[in-house]
Write a protein that binds this ligand. Structure first.
Ligand code: DAH
Length: 330
């Protein structure tokens, strides 16, 4: 038996202890064999041998258990030492964050107009019918309302369909002259390759004394702005319709993909539509109680600008949080 006490003492791993346990206490182990020998012993001896064997059995079990605990502790300590993580270490794979391309584009737009002395206004995303439609010369049941369908709450509240209501809010709360832009999120019931239910616009409004604001002023600043955003492009104004401006125009730039030769993106026209603008309709000034003033306004979609600047094919991809796409704009 002494040999087993030594073996336990010398065991160097929990695995070794387990082997010894099986050799001593297992079905084919030493103790079973020793107890089996009792059968052939004389009655006198039997009691004595059995007693001795039981003492060994208990003592060996105690030794085994205590050595096992010691070895388990040692093994755990070794594992903790070798597998420990130094949380203060720099990760080789760490990445720096960056602004989303839409926000980068928005910042650049704001940068231009701030430099031109336009104040930045925000308004609210939940609007009322008056600010979003009525005051912008879009009376109830007017077919022009169909151009923008959105999400309604009760009591004539809705998610704003454009940033134009910020024109109304600003005019109602301040006196002319006004030079403002309003960047922010807007909402519409659209979803396809060039539309998402939420997107961003930047609105612009300039109001001054009657006769002081002309279409030429509007044309100058937008041309200058579009060259700031897109580089050396040609700019053209096309007559259009918006209820809140008269006359109204849509503004195109020469296609940034084919330089105006005609390609798939510009539908072979050589031109890309980038914003809407016009001279503020007198009905709008009347709705906010302004008299003897003139002004111009414009509005643009920020995602469209970002897509053209970064040559992104599908507008929806901007909102999928795809790291592979986003990290290209760091
Ligand atoms: N609010 C228009 C839209 O969302 C864009 C727009 C066009 C704004 C002409 C203007 C403007 O201020 O003058 O489609």
């Amino acid at each position: 038996m002494k040999k087993w006490y030594d073996a336990i003492k010398e065991a160097q791993s929990v695995d070794e202890i387990e082997e010894i346990r099986i050799a001593v206490f297992g079905k084919k182990g030493v103790l079973v064999a020793e107890f089996a020998k009792l059968k052939s012993a004389s009655d006198d001896e039997k009691a004595k041998i059995a007693q001795e064997l039981n003492i060994h059995k208990n003592a060996l079990m105690d030794e085994l258990t205590s050595r096992k605990i010691t070895l388990q502790t040692l093994e755990l300590q070794a594992a903790m030492r070798s597998e420990s993580i130094d949380v203060s270490m720099f990760s080789k794979t760490s990445q720096s964050g960056a602004l989303h391309p839409v926000m980068q584009t928005m910042d650049r737009i704001v940068e231009y107009f701030s430099a031109m002395n336009f104040a930045v206004k925000t308004g609210t995303m939940v609007e009322d019918d008056f600010n979003n439609f009525e005051a912008l010369n879009l009376p109830k049941h007017h077919p022009a309302r169909d151009m923008q369908d959105t999400f309604y709450f009760k009591d004539e509240m809705l998610l704003r369909t454009h940033t134009s209501p910020v024109q109304i809010r600003t005019m109602m709360s301040t006196k002319p002259p006004i030079r403002m832009i309003a960047p922010g999120a807007v909402f519409r019931r659209d979803y396809d390759i060039t539309h998402t239910p939420m997107f961003h616009q930047v609105e612009g409004l300039l109001v001054d004394k009657e006769g002081r604001v002309s279409f030429a002023n509007l044309k100058y600043i937008l041309e200058d702005f579009l060259k700031y955003m897109f580089g050396d492009v040609r700019v053209r104004f096309r007559p259009s319709f918006f209820p809140f401006t008269e006359p109204s125009a849509e503004v195109d730039i020469s296609c940034v993909f084919c330089d105006g030769d005609g390609c798939r993106v510009c539908s072979k026209t050589g031109w890309l539509e980038v914003l809407g603008c016009g001279i503020v309709d007198p009905n709008v000034f009347e709705a906010v109680g302004y008299e003897n003033v003139s002004g111009y306004a414009f509005g643009l979609g920020v995602e469209r600008f970002a897509m053209l600047i970064h040559q992104i094919g599908d507008l929806r991809s901007l909102f999928e949080g795809d790291i592979k796409l986003l990290e290209q704009f760091q």
